[in-house]
Design a protein around this ligand. Structure first.
Ligand SMILES: [Fe+2]
Ligand SMILES: [Fe+2]
Length: 214
C-alpha cells in the first residue's frame, strides 16, 4: 500500500478498510498458491485435531498482528523506499493469514475472538515504531520476524508427524519470515535494545496464552 498523495482522511479510511479486511474479511493475497494444496489430509485423533487447530489459531492471530504492524509502520515511515520494500512482505503476511484460516476451517475450528484487540494493539505499536524512525521500525520488524520464526519452529516440533498439510503451511511461512527479516535488515533495520526484545517476547507470550483458548 502506498500512502503518497493521500490526505490524512484518506489514510484513516484506507487503514480502517485494511483493518476490517484483515480481521473480518479476506485481504488481498499474492499470486502464490497455498502450500498445503494437493496434500492429502490425514487422520488425527480428536485431541490432536483440537490442539493443531488451536496452534493454527495462534499463528493466524500472529499474522493479524504482523499485518497490523506493517500497516501501522507504513503510516508513519519517513522514507518512501522503506514503505515500498516492506510492501511485498506485508502482502505475503496476507497469504499467511489466508493459509492459516483455511487450515483452521479444515480442522473444524474458528479464528480467535480477540483478533480486533490484537490488531489495534499491534497497529499502535507499529505506528509508534515508525515514529521512532525508520531504522528502529525496521529493527522492530527484524526482531518480530525472528521471534515468529522461533515460535514456528516450536509448532513444527509439536504438531503430529503425519499432519503434512499443517507442516507444509508452517514450513513455507517460516521461510517467508526469515526472508522478511533479511529484507528489513537490508533496508536499514538496527538491533533493538535488550529490554525492548524482552517486552516483545513477553507480549507474544500473553498473545499465545490467551488465543489458544479464546
Ligand atoms: Fe507471516
Ligand atoms: Fe513476516
Amino acid at each position: 500500500m502506498t500512502t503518497r498523495d493521500y490526505n490524512p482522511v484518506d489514510r484513516v479510511l484506507i487503514n480502517l478498510d485494511q483493518a476490517v479486511r484483515t480481521v473480518f474479511g479476506h485481504p488481498q493475497t499474492t499470486e502464490r498458491p497455498n502450500p498445503a494444496e494437493g496434500i492429502a489430509d490425514t487422520e488425527l485423533s480428536e485431541k490432536e485435531r483440537k490442539h493443531v487447530a488451536r496452534l493454527m489459531r495462534i499463528n493466524h492471530t500472529g499474522e493479524v498482528c504482523a499485518q497490523a504492524l506493517y500497516q501501522g509502520q507504513a503510516l508513519t515511515a519517513r522514507l518512501p523506499n522503506v514503505q515500498r520494500s516492506m510492501e511485498r512482505s506485508a502482502q505475503e503476511e496476507n497469504d499467511h493469514l489466508d493459509w492459516c484460516e483455511t487450515r483452521i476451517k479444515e480442522l473444524g475450528d474458528r479464528k480467535s475472538l480477540l483478533n480486533p484487540i490484537w490488531y489495534a494493539g499491534s497497529f499502535t505499536i507499529g505506528a509508534i515504531a515508525g515514529l521512532a524512525g525508520d531504522k528502529w521500525s525496521l529493527g522492530f520488524v527484524v526482531e518480530t520476524e525472528r521471534q515468529v520464526e522461533n515460535h514456528l519452529n516450536e509448532h513444527l516440533a509439536e504438531i503430529p508427524r503425519n499432519d503434512q498439510k499443517t507442516r507444509a503451511v508452517l514450513e513455507e511461512m517460516k521461510a517467508d519470515e526469515m526472508h522478511h527479516a533479511d529484507v528489513a535488515k537490508a533496508a536499514g533495520g538496527t538491533a533493538l535494545p535488550g529490554p525492548v526484545k524482552f517486552a516483545m517476547s513477553l507480549t507474544s507470550k500473553v498473545m499465545t496464552g490467551s488465543v489458544y483458548w479464546i
